[in-house]
Structures are given as C-alpha cells and as structure tokens.
Design a protein around this ligand. Structure first.
Ligand SMILES: Nc1ncnc2c1ncn2[C@@H]1O[C@H](COP(=O)(O)OP(=O)(O)OP(=O)(O)O)[C@@H](O)[C@H]1O
Ligand SMILES: [Mg+2]
Length: 363
C-alpha cells in the first residue's frame, strides 16, 4: 500500500535483509504463519500454532477483552508478558490476521530478538513504518515487538516518544517474558496482559486434539506425563509429544520420561526410600547406580525430590525446613558445575541427619 519492506513472516514486513539462505528461511517463516507447515518432520508446535483467536487455548478473559477491543476498533497499545510457550506470539499473530486479513503484509511490522532493534532501528525503520498513513484503510497499523525484554534501554527510551507520536495511526504490541526488563515509562503506555502458565486441563484438551490429528498411539500415563513435564508450557509439551512419537511406537508415561531424560516418578520414589531407610553408604551407592543405569542427572533428582518433602507426612516441620534449604544449596552448587559425586554425598548426608531429627521428634 504505502511501504515497501522485505516481507517475511505471514507476509509481515521484516527489517532484516534476506540473503540466499535468508530467502529459504523467509519462505519457511511465511509458511509457518500461514499454518502451511507440511511434511512429516514439520514441528508440531508450528503446525498447530493457533491460527485464529478461537484456537488459542486458555486465557479466555484476555482473548475476550482483546476480541472486544478489536471489534470496536479501539485496540490500545499492548504489553503481553508471561513465561515461554503460553501463546503470546500466537495470540497477537491471530489478532493481526483477524484485523487485516489479506492486507496483513502491508499493515504489520514484526520484529523479534533475531532482528536488529537498537536505537537506530527505532529512530529509522520503526518510525518510517509508523509514520506512513494507510491510504486505503482507516484502520491503524500494527508494530509487533516480540521478545522486547532483549531491547536495549536506549532503544526502549527512544520508543516512548515514537509510541506517543504515532498513536493516531499505529498500535504497538510489546511481548516479553520478563516485564521487569521493560522500562516503567513503556509499561505505562500499554495495556498489560499476563499470560500465565497453561492450566493442565487446557493443555490436555490441546494435546488430545494433536494426538487425534496425528494418530499418535498413546499409552497409559502418557498424557499425564506430558502435562507434568510441560509445566504449563504448551510448546514444551508439544515438542516432547512429537519426539516421543518419533522414538517410540506407544507414547506412554515411561516413553515420555525416557525421551526427556527425566527421572521417572517410581525412580524418585525409590530414591526417597533409600534416603530415608538405607545406611549412608548403601543409599549413596544405590543412587549412583540408578544414575548410571538410567542416565539421570543429579540436578533432576534434586528437583523432583523437592515436592516429595511436602508429601511425606511423617517429616517434622523443622526437619522439612532444613532439608528444603539443603536441597536448594545442592541445586545451587550443581548449577555452578561442582562435582556431582560430592553433591550426591551431600544429599545423602542431609537425609541421614534428617533421620536423626525424625527419630528425636518421635521420642
Ligand atoms: N494458549 C495456547 N493455545 C494453543 N497453543 C499454544 C498456546 N500457547 C502455546 N501454544 C503452542 O506453543 C507454540 C508456541 O507458542 P507461542 O509462540 O505463542 O508462545 P510464546 O508465549 O510467544 O512463547 P515465548 O515467550 O517463548 O515467545 C505455538 O506454536 C502453539 O503450538
Ligand atoms: Mg513468543
């Protein structure tokens, strides 16, 4: 219509120049957003990316509000934030598709962390895009700044004025994981929506849809394991489902845990048993052996042990508190790449001492 930028995602104008390999990537990206993701190996996260607002699972209040605002042509500047894989990018792409239909490519500019978004880009390209009026349309244009918590502070400061100046014909949608990294002045110019982790029931419905579409052979405990390991991140759950489907004939609970290298719940149960009942040396050796046999990392064992501390009713509160602190210390040390054997010793020692505490409390 009035601006000619290279066009990539969804036909959405992009700032980065596409070279020969960039052209292939651009074609893939265009397919991604149109939902034309074909081939058996196509990632399901893209194949099943919601195309309309109706497809977006959960977040019904946010979706209703955005739908109402768009239908009344009163969309404010938006700030969508929340943990990964909860549908922020998908939602705004669906909104853009709904508002503009075929005119999408001319009316939307999407920039993400892979694009240059320093202060120069804000001063030039974003201003250029925002300042040109739409000739044939009376609706506003949309600038989507995805992963904008990675934008420099300077660029964010420069954006403040741009947002105000072009409010008449452009709306901005800022998307990020960490809202704390967005300067308050930008936050106050936008209507904020938090996308929380998806509730298990919503993940389940969406997974069942994909399972049915792809003809996945699910086994007992498969869906539950996918939901647990996804922890509200739909992207993670879908990715695990696809890898498990490729690796195993039947996607049951064990397949899902094996596929991700996560310790199985029954392994953790055994670890708890050893820690609470075996002598120091035996418990140490058994856990070590389990790690070798199942290829489990100690940090995963520590993480999975944590919920158990709250399930064991016999634990006196002070013992539980001490154990929590020790598990946190061990996790912290493991994150710094310390020796796993030493930290395993520390874990077993923590429980040995806790047993003394339990015995003392029982007397
Ligand atoms: N609410 C949802 N409903 C349906 N599918 C979803 C939802 N959230 C995520 N997904 C699935 O996960 C994929 C990733 O979602 P999306 O890119 O929207 O996440 P995001 O919130 O932008 O994450 P990030 O913060 O990592 O960019 C989508 O392609 C889709 O398959
Ligand atoms: Mg995103």
């Amino acid at each position: 219509m009035e601006i000619d930028k290279p066009q990539n995602i969804d036909g959405i104008a992009q700032l980065d120049e596409a070279g020969p390999s960039g052209a292939a990537a651009a074609a893939g990206a265009a397919k991604r957003a149109k939902g034309v993701v074909d081939g058996k190996a196509a990632p399901w996260v893209e194949k099943y990316r919601p195309k309309t607002l109706d497809d977006v699972a959960a977040h019904s209040e946010i979706i209703d509000t955005i739908r109402r605002l768009t239908s009344e042509n009163r969309l404010p500047h938006l700030l969508l934030y929340g943990p990964p894989g909860t549908g922020k990018t998908s939602t705004i792409l669906a909104v853009a598709r709904q508002i503009y239909g075929k005119a999408l490519q001319n009316m939307t500019l999407e920039l993400n962390a892979s694009d240059e978004r320093g202060i120069d880009v804000v001063r030039q390209q974003i201003q250029d895009f925002a300042s040109t009026r739409s000739v044939f349309s009376n609706t506003f244009k949309l600038v989507i700044l995805d992963e904008c918590d990675a934008m420099t502070k300077d660029a964010q400061f420069a954006l403040r004025r741009v947002i105000e100046k072009y409010t008449r014909n452009t709306r901005f949608c800022l998307i990020c994981n960490y809202v704390i990294k967005i300067i308050p002045a930008l936050q106050s110019r936008c209507t904020r929506f938090r996308f929380p982790p998806l509730a298990p029931e919503h993940v389940r419905v969406r997974l069942e849809h994909v399972v049915q579409q792809e003809g996945v052979n699910m086994g007992p405990g498969g869906l539950d394991a996918l939901i647990t390991l996804g922890a509200g991140d739909m992207r993670r759950s879908l990715n695990i489902l696809q890898s498990a489907h490729m690796a195993f004939d039947c996607v049951d609970g064990d397949a899902v845990y094996l596929c991700t290298g996560n310790p199985m719940p029954r392994d953790i149960e055994a670890v708890v048993n050893w820690l609470l009942n075996e002598e120091f040396n035996d418990a140490f050796q058994r856990i070590l052996q389990l790690q070798v046999d199942k290829g489990v990392a100690l940090v995963d064992v520590v993480r999975e042990l944590h919920p158990w501390l709250f399930n064991i009713e016999a634990l006196p509160t002070d013992v539980r508190i001490t154990l929590c602190e020790k598990l946190a210390d061990i996790e912290h040390r493991l994150a710094y790449g310390t020796n796993e054997r030493l930290q395993l010793g520390s874990l077993v020692a923590a429980f040995s001492l806790a047993r003394d505490g339990i015995a003392a409390a029982a007397q």
